[in-house]
Ligand binder design. Structure first.
Ligand SMILES: [Zn+2]
Length: 249
């Protein structure tokens, strides 16, 4: 007899497997990230198909076999239909899925990540919080995910000399895990220049300040810098953890 496990999950990815099978990467409320095989799920007659589209929130049931988990039930809860109408929002949902899949390896329950993921998808779908720019939703997810995983950078104190950061020309150092001051930068010579406004934006994102976030006016140059810093920092983390080739965003 197999034990049947039930949980809620957001489907991050699906990959075709032999015959009509599909492998699903699902982030679940109770078990963290799972890979679950949907047997013969590409057949029109499969009853499981309707609950297993990419970016659906569904209640799923599976059994644990010797080699893999097999899907036994899937009931759609939320299809996030408005998210699908907008290419930019869809791209952000894709990037969120890639980052999450790339950074999380083993199966481990983490309710904070589940809540963060659900919140990001709800915001991409309905904009309940009023965050108009989907790019900000991505950064909200990305930086808070890093923080849960223990890679949250220091944005208040220079991690080298421990001095409080002043609103002057500052530098983001991947190696030091945060924003370093001018004097430490001049001694060490590595880091990417970051202006005080971008540092402020990152603080607001990490404080999850939901009153301020919708009102943030972020210029394109700040988004560009945020994008560059987050990409570089992500590569740095993936390289250190040996997962560098797994990501495709
Ligand atoms: Zn310093």
């Amino acid at each position: 007899m197999f034990v049947h496990y039930r949980t809620k999950g957001i489907i991050l990815k699906k990959l075709d497997r032999k015959e009509a099978d599909q492998l699903f990467i699902v982030y679940t409320k109770d078990f963290g990230k799972l890979e679950i095989l949907g047997k013969a799920i590409r057949k029109i007659s499969s009853k499981l198909r309707s609950g297993m589209e990419t970016f659906y929130l569904s209640e799923i049931e599976f059994i644990q076999g010797k080699a893999y988990k097999t899907l036994t039930d899937a009931i759609l809860i939320e299809r996030f239909k408005d998210l699908r109408k907008d290419l930019e929002r869809l791209t952000i949902a894709y990037n969120i899925s890639e980052v999450l899949d790339g950074l999380i390896q083993g199966q481990e329950k983490e309710e904070r990540i589940w809540n963060l993921l659900k919140e990001a998808f709800e915001e991409l779908n309905s904009g309940k919080l009023g965050i108009k720019n989907p790019k900000l939703i991505y950064h909200y997810f990305f930086w808070n995910l890093l923080s849960v995983l223990g890679y949250g950078p220091e944005f208040y104190q220079c991690p080298v000399c421990r001095e409080k950061l002043r609103p002057e020309k500052l530098y983001f150092s991947q190696k030091e895990g945060g924003v370093i001051c001018q004097s430490c930068f001049s001694k060490q010579g590595f880091g990417k220049e970051i202006d005080p406004d971008t540092v402020k934006i990152l603080r607001i994102i990490l404080n999850k300040d939901k009153n301020i976030m919708p009102r943030l006016k972020i210029e394109d140059k700040h988004y560009k810098l945020l994008e560059q810093i987050s990409k570089d920092y992500l590569s740095f983390i993936l390289e250190r953890t040996g997962q560098f080739d797994t990501l495709n965003i």
